[in-house]
Each structure stands twice: as structure tokens, then as C-alpha cells.
Design a protein around this ligand. Sequence first.
Ligand SMILES: CC(C)(COP(=O)(O)OP(=O)(O)OC[C@H]1O[C@@H](n2cnc3c(N)ncnc32)[C@H](O)[C@@H]1O)[C@@H](O)C(=O)NCCC(=O)NCCS
Ligand SMILES: Nc1ncnc2c1ncn2[C@@H]1O[C@H](COP(=O)(O)OP(=O)(O)OP(=O)(O)O)[C@@H](O)[C@H]1O
Length: 268
Amino acid sequence: MKVVGLTGGIASGKSTVAKTIQSLNIPLIDCDLLARLVVEPTHACYRKLVKQFGTVILQNQQDGQPLDRYKFGTIIFSDAAQRRIANGIIHPAVRDEILKRLFKYWIRGTSLVVVDVPLLLEGELWRIVSEVIVVYCPPEVQLERIKTRDGLSEEDALARINAQRALIEKVDYADHVIYNTSDLESLNNATLKVMDTIKPSPFWTVLAWFPPFTVLLVGWVIVKRHLKGDPRKTLDSKKKKNDDDHHPKTAEPVSTSSSTPAPPTHAS
Ligand SMILES: CC(C)(COP(=O)(O)OP(=O)(O)OC[C@H]1O[C@@H](n2cnc3c(N)ncnc32)[C@H](O)[C@@H]1O)[C@@H](O)C(=O)NCCC(=O)NCCS
Ligand SMILES: Nc1ncnc2c1ncn2[C@@H]1O[C@H](COP(=O)(O)OP(=O)(O)OP(=O)(O)O)[C@@H](O)[C@H]1O
């Protein structure tokens, strides 16, 4: 089974790309959905979050009520230390859910699974994906799309963008980049083109299902990723180089006046 990682930045177009991938009958694991699942009141994560942040993050500030997503978002997107704590509680639970689902797909003999993980390159999951797709759009476009889609203020939208690594820095690590700088039809076409190059052959699918070959292939993916290098180090060194070069547009937090390099208009 081939596992491909889909990532990008907030509102860069991952979910839209994910829909096209699902329309091809390719199974997709959506981490934003899993992150919602693990904070439901019945889940252990919920209790840990309430213990850490208090009932202020709950609807009506009442224990047992669902998470107040806007309130929780304003806390974690405006404070890196709080975000790290929240990530430390939620991400291991999300990772476990992903691994469970991958195992089920493997048992069923699935040939290709795409995992949509916004923070793929910032966390640990990059180690287990055989290829990485990054959906890119400039920060100004991200900003407008967040404001339109979520009805957030400029300040809230900027906090969300700046809570992530600069998207342009992720492009270098990608095996495939989908440049979402035009209309939805172009995005759809670019996605289909990339997926066409990713599809594993039936021969590999059958071979990869047998446990000894599965172990060999998983080993190969881990070695391949190791040789490519830890993306977090790549992102850190790119950020440092940008800072040293006084080249703020790819490394500095986005502000309303930021400018962005003109991205290519093709998918590769
Ligand atoms: C803060 C929350 C409640 C805001 O919920 P909301 O419904 O407004 O947004 P949603 O969950 O749809 O996320 C939208 C996008 O925000 C970005 N984002 C979410 N959490 C984070 C985070 N911890 N750090 C950086 N970016 C994040 C991602 O690009 C994501 O696709 C929610 O995002 C959350 O629980 N985040 C923590 C869990 C997490 O890290 N999820 C992301 C992948 S596992
Ligand atoms: N090429 C495009 N043209 C017009 N609108 C677009 C385009 N691409 C995406 N959008 C819109 O921008 C918004 C953000 O896209 P989408 O939800 O796919 O991003 P995302 O990366 O999944 O976001 P998040 O990280 O918040 O989950 C959506 O409302 C979507 O319909």
C-alpha cells in the first residue's frame, strides 16, 4: 500500500484537492476531521484539554459541553506556548487514529491512501509517507480565503497563518507541488495530473500486501525519507538563510503589507 501525504498551509486548498482525490475513489484520511473527533467530550483528550485550559474553552464554559472552537482557536493561535501544549495533547491522539485507519486499509488490500495532514512536515508523520504533495498559494490569497470562508477578522486570520511555517518554505521539500493560484477548474486539473503520476501499478499493489514485502517497503520508505532529510531541519535552515539574507518575504510573519514571490502557474 502506498501512503501519500497531502499538506500545505491554512486555506491553501488542501480540502478542495482532497475532494478531487476522493472523487477518484482514492481513500483519504482527513486529519482536521480526526482532530475534531478526538476532542469530543467522550474522548480522553477532552479531559486533558479541560484540565490544562479550564472550562473557558468549552461552549457556555460548562464541563461536558463541546469545545468552543473559536475561543480555543483564539487562545492557541495567538500564543505559541499554549499551541505547543495543545498540540502535545491532540497530535498523539490524531496520530494513533491515522495509524489505526492505515492498518485497516492495508488489511483490505488498498493500493493507495492519501493522508491530508496540515502539519505533516512540522510533526513526525512525514517519516511514513512515500511521497509528499504540497498545495501552495501566496499568503495574501490565503488571507483573503480565510476571511471569506471563516468570516474571521484580518487579525484572527493573520494569527492563523503565522501559527504555521511559511508555506513557500514547504515547497522545496515537496515531491509534487500543486500551485493553487488560479481558478477551481485549474486546481482540479492540476490535482488530476499529479494523481496520475502517483498511482501505483497493480503489480506493486499485490506485492506490497504480503507481510514480508510490506515490511521491506515500509523500511524502504523510512530510509528514503531519512536520506532526503528531516523537513523540520530543512525548514529551519531555509528560515535562517532567509533571515541572514534579509529576505523577509519567505520567512517573516505575514502582515497585511507583505509581498510574495510570483509562483509558477503549473503543477509538477
Ligand atoms: C483550534 C481549532 C479548535 C480551530 O478550529 P477551526 O474549526 O476554526 O479550524 P479547523 O480545525 O478546521 O482547522 C483549520 C486549519 O487550521 C490550521 N491549524 C489547526 N490547528 C493548528 C495548529 N495547532 N497549528 C497550526 N495550524 C493549525 C490547519 O491548517 C487546519 O487545516 C482546531 O484547529 C484545533 O483543534 N487545532 C488543534 C489540532 C490540530 O493541530 N489540528 C491540525 C492537524 S492535526
Ligand atoms: N482556486 C480557487 N479559487 C477559488 N476559491 C478557492 C480556490 N481554492 C480554494 N478556494 C476556496 O478557498 C477556501 C479554502 O480552501 P480549502 O478549504 O480547500 O483549504 P484548506 O487548505 O483545506 O484549508 P484549512 O487548512 O483551513 O483546512 C475554500 O472556501 C475554497 O472553496
